[in-house]
Each structure stands twice: as C-alpha cells, then as structure tokens.
Ligand binder design. Sequence first.
Ligand code: AMP
Length: 212
Amino acid sequence: MRKYLIIGVQGSGKGTQAGLLAKAYDLVHINVGDIFRWHVQQHTKLGALVRRTMAAGELIGDEHVEKIVRDRLEQHDWNYGFIIDGFPRNRRQTEFFLESYDIDGVIHLDLPDDEVRRRVLARRLCPNCGMDYNLIYDRPAEEGICEVCGHELVRRADDTEEALSERLRTYNEKTNPILDLLRRKEYVFTVNAAQSVDEVQTSIREKLGLDF
Ligand code: AMP
C-alpha cells in the first residue's frame, strides 16, 4: 500500500504527475479541485456555493474540503494506495489529515512564480470532453479546437491573470508554510518542476524509492 500527497503551486504539473504515478502503480488519484469542478458542472448544492470562490482563485472552506476528502477515502477502493492532489492547502487541512491518516510521502513540486504565470496563462481546456492543452508545449493541431471532440477550447475560469495572482498569493501565504509542518512529521520530497514531464516523473520515482 502506497499513500502519497502531492503539493505544488498551480501549473506545477501536480495533476499530470499524480496521474502518471497512479497509472503506473495502480493508485487511486484523488484530485480535490476536480471534485469541486464536478460539483459546479453538475449544479449541486455545493457547486453553487463553491463556484464564485473557485473563480476568484480563493480557497474553499475547510469543512467542505475535509468532507470531500473523508468521503472519498471512505469508499475504500484504494487497494494499492492513493495519491491526493491539491490537498492539504493550509495548516488546518494538514492537521485534520495527519490526525486521521498516515502517509508514506509528500511530493513537493517546486516552480518559480514567473514560470507558473507563463504556464498557467497558456492552459486551455475543452469544456465538452475535459481534454486539456497547453499552448507552450501541448498545442492542439488546429488552433483553439479540441483534437478529441472538435469543440472550441476555453480557459479555466480561474486561469485569468487576476485569479492567478490571488492563487499565487494564497499559495505562498498558506500552502508554503505547511511544508514545514509536514517536514517535521512526514517525508517531504522536493522535486524541481521546471524539468520536462518525464524528468519530473523520474525524479519523483527515484526520491520515493519506487521501482521502474
Ligand atoms: P486546483 O485545480 O487544485 O488548482 O483547484 C482549483 C480550486 O479549487 C482552487 O483554487 C480552490 O478554489 C479549490 N480547491 C481545491 N483544492 C482545495 C483545498 N484543498 N482547499 C481549498 N480549496 C481547494
């Protein structure tokens, strides 16, 4: 059983790296931001509540986040383990998690703010099938059009310059300090996220001592 958290600023490639690791080692990939986006798309009660907070780049209330993580882990479909992406993001979430669960490692993806800006502002998403692109290194063949379903691509509502500045500020203020807390209790492995996708994945596996 392998239990990991992956923490990194927006655009550091958390989702991509967690997805690769999950696929290779049969882990359940829990993406808290995706679960919130699902609620917004499905117009659930929670979706209505979180829509504006997300669009402004602010954090959702801890009680909602904790419930989502707890409910997801209670499904117990993670026979080989899990990797949680986008959580914890502040001290309270960290303390909540460490009280209830033990983990084998925390992967910290490190990326400077100017590179975050460059990457995030180039992100595009297909609102129809969910495929994502990046105009720097993963452009669609036809500009602005999804290669999978032909729908027009959009920016995520929180990938604007304004929301990004807010998310960076929140990350530096609230999420960065929890790494110190996690360093004291758990293994934190910091990886340089400015490398290529493959290089980052290789560094993660080396640091976690995983076989290839
Ligand atoms: P992400 O896709 O991880 O960038 O998350 C998108 C948005 O979902 C964030 O800007 C927050 O509004 C919300 N969110 C995701 N994870 C958390 C969390 N652990 N705590 C609070 N809000 C979160």
